[in-house]
Ligand binder design. Structure first.
Ligand SMILES: Nc1ncnc2c1ncn2[C@@H]1O[C@H](COP(=O)(O)OP(=O)(O)OP(=O)(O)O)[C@@H](O)[C@H]1O
Ligand SMILES: [Mg+2]
Length: 631
């Protein structure tokens, strides 16, 4: 079995990463690769950096986040530059709790999860390797073994600053197991793993009355007190609180602001002093990144409470707003659908875009700048060009509302509406109209939307609809013109023959009957009218074409479909006008004739092969565009 081979291979890889040796041997590693002794914050920063970055328009885009988080480059750049980077350099921000603040389902948990999964991976790499005192439940930093008095000397020799004191448990073990011989203490390489509770922890508050501080700091193990004789014997203590387990790595604090104060104080002392108090021992040193997340309302309530002032100053708040770019929003939905149970459903092209236009509009603030409306702003934010505006204007627009993106419709809501649209359809295929309809229905049911917002949002749905109508018409036109490349050529040759006969006052010969005929004035006009050539200007236009034609002939070049810009446009429009009729007919008549049916089928095939529709959504699109054209 192949998979069994892979399993064995995997186990071998795991084994090859393992390392165990004495403290003396560990020091050799430290001398060669001092990064193994870096702080938790520094490891996180280096992990982010090591994934690389790209710069676009002077903005840094960290690849570490790039695969999962879309459109939040500015917020993430700030997070890295204002928190992780200085924290890695042991500056003071490290001593604050990192609080990600943003609207619901704006990606806060996703960012934290990325950091956790990232650290698990990173600790298996050479650069991210972590070592700990063997057998220590808190995977204590081996360098804590170096007595305080010698640390200055250690710094001179190794260039590494050691923070924190040896824990009560390891102090005791050093005496009892190693007879005080630091150099003999066993050290091992550890691998972060949330499942195994190594270096990664999560804390979720439960009922404040019943929640025990032990969940954070560990607790006395009463069953062993008798054996060790005293509660203050560190062996009688279980260092299995979340803060213990997350030592050396990171800990996520969910709903931190809902937490009872007594819990928060533990955190504060940990972040501020690098230690916390457990049981009846001296302080326990720990080194970990603490990340919490919250929404704006909760945060405002928290800081408006005087009692929380001291806490407030020890928290660093990083805003995580909603993404404000339509195309990035589409990517968010694509990802969420891929990860959901809807991944088998056909989502017609532009369905997600229509939803994204709507949700981004709900998040944008009305621009104050002259001559720009919300839709133009939306386009500019998405990097589209809008006549009369440039990138400087975009920056100015952003400065108008520095806190933009903290409100509006969230991605999860959109996904929920998409999934209820799917349930309503018989076939597993939905299009933009289904999605917009479902969003509209959803607004009626959405309890937390004010009457005022509802009206605004209805209008945004209408805007999204109009945007979609344009896209839909264009797409059908393109598909049509393309699959009629041959017809376009024939039509053009036909036109040219007639023009030639007209200008030279000749007759044409019917290719089949051989009969002589006058130039077909009706055909020529039906094409020329498409680009606004008037009755009076038709002769000049035809003569110009003829001159061009003979100029081509003189140079031995073939005059073809692409040789004359305006003529090509006229032909395409003529064809599309013909299509209008075809589409109109097929939507109104239940029995299109054979040639109409053939045309429709060609366009449908084109939409499926080249534009990503399935046959259901392609037919829906044609019917819809047909009805638009009938208006
Ligand atoms: N900017 C974004 N890029 C990629 N995915 C995003 C983004 N914003 C939201 N999502 C997706 O939306 C969903 C919700 O995000 P997440 O749970 O991280 O939000 P949150 O801020 O923690 O929300 P809550 O406040 O409800 O806990 C996830 O599937 C996430 O992948
Ligand atoms: Mg969350």
């Amino acid at each position: 079995m192949d998979i069994l081979n892979r399993v064995r291979q995997y186990r071998e890889e795991e084994d090859s990463l393992k390392w165990e040796g004495t403290f003396a041997e560990y020091l050799e590693i430290v001398r060669e690769r001092p990064e193994v002794a870096q702080t938790a914050h520094s490891r996180v920063y280096n992990m982010i950096k090591s994934a690389g970055l790209a710069e676009r328009d002077g903005k840094k885009m960290y690849h570490f986040f790039g695969k999962e988080i879309f459109g939040l480059e500015t917020a993430l750049e700030r997070l890295v530059e204002e928190y992780f980077h200085p924290a890695a350099r042991r500056l003071d921000v490290r001593k604050r709790i990192l609080l990600l603040m943003g609207p619901v389902s704006g990606g806060k948990s996703t960012i934290v999860t990325l950091l956790k999964r990232g650290l698990e991976q990173y600790s298996r790499t050479e650069e991210g390797a972590v070592y700990a005192i063997k057998g220590c439940p808190m995977h204590e930093d081996p360098l804590h073994l170096i007595p305080h008095n010698l640390r200055e000397e250690f710094f001179k020799e190794y260039g590494i600053r050691i923070e924190g004191s040896l824990s009560p448990l390891n102090t005791m073990r050093l005496q009892q197991e190693y007879g005080g011989r630091i150099e003999d203490v066993m050290v091992e390489r550890i691998f972060f793993s949330e499942d195994k509770r190594v270096g990664i922890g999560t804390f979720t508050p439960s009922d404040p009355k019943s929640q025990d501080i032990a969940d954070l700091t560990g607790s006395i193990d009463f069953s062993t007190i008798a054996e060790y004789g005293s509660e203050s014997d560190p062996r009688a203590y279980r260092f299995d609180g979340e803060l213990n387990k997350a030592n050396r790595g990171m800990m996520e604090f969910q709903e931190m602001l809902k937490l009872d104060e007594k819990f928060l104080w533990h955190l504060l002392s940990l972040t501020q002093e690098g230690n916390f108090k457990a049981g009846r021992f001296a302080l326990i040193s720990a080194d970990e990144l603490i990340v919490a997340h919250t929404n704006e309302t909760e945060y405002r309530t928290f800081i408006s409470n005087k009692k929380n002032e001291a806490l407030h100053s020890r928290i660093i708040v990083m805003p995580i707003p909603y993404n404000l770019k339509v195309s990035e929003e589409e990517r968010i939905y694509e990802k969420m659908i891929r990860e959901s149970d809807m991944s088998h459903v056909h989502i017609a092209p532009h369905a997600l875009r229509a939803a994204a236009i709507f949700s981004v509009l709900t998040r944008l603030e009305i621009p104050k700048k002259q001559g720009i409306d919300l839709v133009k702003k939306m386009r500019l934010y998405d990097g589209e060009s809008v006549e009369g505006f440039n990138s400087v204007d975009v920056e100015e627009l952003k400065k108008e509302y520095p806190n933009e993106g903290m409100n509006g419709i969230d991605p999860r809501y959109i996904i929920n509406r998409i999934s209820s649209a799917i349930i309503r359809k018989e076939v597993p295929s939905i299009n933009a109209l289904d999605v917009l309809r479902s969003l509209k229905d959803g607004l009626d049911q959405h309890a937390s939307i004010s009457e005022e917002d509802r009206e605004k949002y209805m209008n945004y749905i209408a805007i999204a609809r109009r945007e979609y109508d344009e896209i839909a018409k264009n797409e059908v036109q393109k598909a049509f013109v393309y699959s009629y490349e041959e017809s376009a050529k024939t039509l053009m040759n036909n036109y040219l023959d007639n023009v030639e006969a007209f200008c030279n006052k000749n007759k044409l010969r019917d290719p089949i009957t051989g009969e002589e005929m006058n130039p077909d004035e009706k055909l020529m006009r039906s094409i020329e009218e498409q680009i606004g050539v008037s009755e009076n200007a038709k002769r000049a236009f035809r003569e110009e074409i003829l001159i061009r034609l003979s100029a081509f002939a003189r140079k031995g070049k073939r005059f073809d479909y692409n040789s004359h810009e305006r003529l090509r446009e006229a032909i395409q429009k003529k064809l599309f006008a013909d299509l209008k009729d075809v589409v109109k007919i097929t939507t109104s008549s239940k029995t299109p004739d054979e040639s109409q049916l053939k045309k429709i089928n060609e366009v449908v095939a084109r939409l499926i092969d080249e534009h990503g529709y399935d046959s259901n959504s392609a037919n829906e699109l044609l019917r819809y565009v047909g009805s638009l054209l009938n208006r």
